[in-house]
Write a protein that binds this ligand. Structure first.
Ligand code: UP6
Length: 264
């Protein structure tokens, strides 16, 4: 699957959000996602408007906003339509099915009502997917499972990642991909089902931060590890000119994809 174009792969996906994302990437010629980790709503919306043209996915941590109010989701959705990107609330759910169902649908943020994509740790077992699915599927949302993390010392690796892959395979109507560091296949076997891999821990300048984050380049992620989307936070919004940086990361990610799919 890694050798096929994003849009050619869309036919192999049953989750509507996964299909939409694959098509959008080829149309917009971008596999860049911005991790918009800012604490003010003005900054968040400014980033979505300025960087919107260059990204496929706008990734939020809505609970780090100090001035969140109920106008934020509507404003984000309007920008998503204007610039043609998907919203991904990086909630990293990790509780039993019944609890995550409420956390996804209710509370202050009502994530399911505005975020096209969210994600979950597989640690509680498959009930977490079932719970989220009951809320998300009727709304045509999609879920990513955290198969591997970018941070030093992560416990999500090896057999844990393998079981995550098997859980995803049993829930392809809702789960269309992973947060991960490399494309997965069952041990000793070829990849037999297609998923999207969205990969954080990407920087062209830094090897890591002081809190365990580990970075790799867009080429390593897309070409060597055969992931599909690069997620970049501080590497872009921390730069003096975030728009210029986003253009650079977009080009690096896209050129690596063109090489991988032998279009360049
Ligand atoms: N993130 C990781 N690693 C993971 C999963 N998620 O870094 O394995 C998220 C972080 C942050 C972003 O929560 O929002 O990706 C990375 O930001 P950075 O590029 O500024 O390090």
């Amino acid at each position: 699957y890694a050798k096929q174009t994003y849009s050619a792969r869309a036919g192999g996906f049953s989750n509507p959000t996964g299909v939409q994302l694959l098509r959008l990437m080829d149309e917009k010629k971008t596999n860049l996602s911005i991790a918009a980790d800012v604490t003010s709503k003005v900054e968040l919306l400014k980033m979505a408007d300025q960087l919107g043209p260059y990204i496929c996915v706008f990734k939020t941590h809505i609970d780090i906003l100090s001035d969140y109010d109920e106008t934020v989701p509507g404003a984000l959705q309007a920008l998503a339509e204007k610039h043609h990107f998907l919203i991904f609330e990086d909630r990293k759910f990790a509780d039993i099915g019944s609890t995550v169902k409420s956390q996804y649908a209710s509370g202050i943020y009502k994530i399911a009502s505005w975020s096209h994509i969210t994600n979950a740790h597989p640690i509680p077992g498959e009930g977490i997917i079932q719970g989220l699915k009951e809320v998300g599927l009727p709304l045509k949302r999609g879920l990513l499972l955290l198969a591997e993390m970018s941070s030093k010392g992560t416990l999500a690796k090896g057999e844990y990642s393998q079981e995550t892959l098997r859980m995803a395979k049993r829930n392809k109507d809702f789960v269309f991909g992973f947060i991960g560091q490399r494309r997965l296949a069952e041990e000793g076997a070829e990849e037999d089902e297609d998923f999207l891999y969205l990969t954080p821990g990407v920087s062209m300048a830094q090897p890591g931060d002081s809190l365990g984050q580990q970075y790799r380049s867009p080429e390593q992620v897309i070409l060597e590890s055969k992931c599909d989307v690069i997620i970049v936070g501080r590497g872009i919004y921390g730069a003096a000119d975030p728009v210029a940086k986003a253009i650079e990361y977009r080009a690096a990610g896209w050129n690596a994809y063109l090489k991988r799919t032998q279009q360049a």
